[in-house]
Design a protein around this ligand. Structure first.
Ligand code: GRF
Length: 214
């Protein structure tokens, strides 16, 4: 059974989805730690109320990013994490940290990468006038929102959408995309050769690149 730590900074709805999937009988992973860089992250309360181990590593208490990340890394090792999932974690991680967790560090982003990396990707999608958007689960690389894609879910962008309505539709897709991707990584069903592409297979060994919610 693989051990997974989840890093959050706020609401934590993706963390909840990952924790709930971990509770199912045939889960490939357990959640060994929910860690936040913000003491007031809403998701911390949910996690501790549901019996998950929580910890705050407040970035403001460290004089350098290197010290913050050293503490983060120590705690992940103490918790016995095999894999780390970023779920709305709002700190950019250094190349040094990313390299330590290479192939074991995942992120979810609310756009179809490589379109719309960075902040407010849902508004970026509306501004660009795209008809389809979605979410991407990917391995974290040194460059922000740029690592090898594991799986994507597409959703429509409707003519009457606001940032709020599009964000909600994408978030629903996120909640059903992250856990299967993490489970596949934990079960050894994601192959990454170290280059720019990763391949995910379903339980029958068939390639599984995307889900469609359209
Ligand atoms: C999600 O949209 C995620 O894709 C992005 O930040 C948001 C976090 O939401 N990286 P939540 O904290 O999981 O509810």
């Amino acid at each position: 059974m693989k051990q997974v730590a989840i890093l959050i900074s706020g609401r934590g709805s993706n963390m909840e989805a990952l924790c709930q999937a971990a509770e199912t009988t045939d889960s490939a992973y357990q959640v060994c730690r929910v860690l936040s860089n913000r003491p007031d992250a809403k998701g911390l309360q949910w996690a501790s109320d549901h019996g998950f181990s929580t910890r705050v590593v407040d970035h403001r208490k460290f004089t350098s990013k290197a010290e913050f990340e050293a503490e983060l890394n120590d705690d992940l090792n103490t918790a016995g994490a095999d894999f780390v999932c970023l779920a709305g974690f709002m700190r950019l991680l250094s190349a040094n940290f990313v390299q330590k967790w290479r192939g074991r560090l995942l992120n979810i982003h609310p756009s179809l990468l490589p379109s719309f990396p960075g902040l407010v990707p849902q508004q970026q999608a509306l501004d660009a006038g795209v008809r389809i958007s979605g979410c991407t689960v990917h391995f974290v690389s040194e460059d922000m929102d740029a690592g090898p894609i594991i799986v994507q879910t597409a959703v429509p962008v409707l003519p009457q959408d606001s940032e709020a309505t599009l964000s909600k539709r994408i978030l629903t897709a996120e909640h059903r995309t992250y856990a299967p991707a993490l489970a596949a990584v934990c079960a050894g069903r994601v192959f990454w050769d170290g280059g720019s592409k990763a391949t995910m297979s379903d339980e029958a060994g068939e390639p599984l690149h995307h889900y469609l919610d359209i």
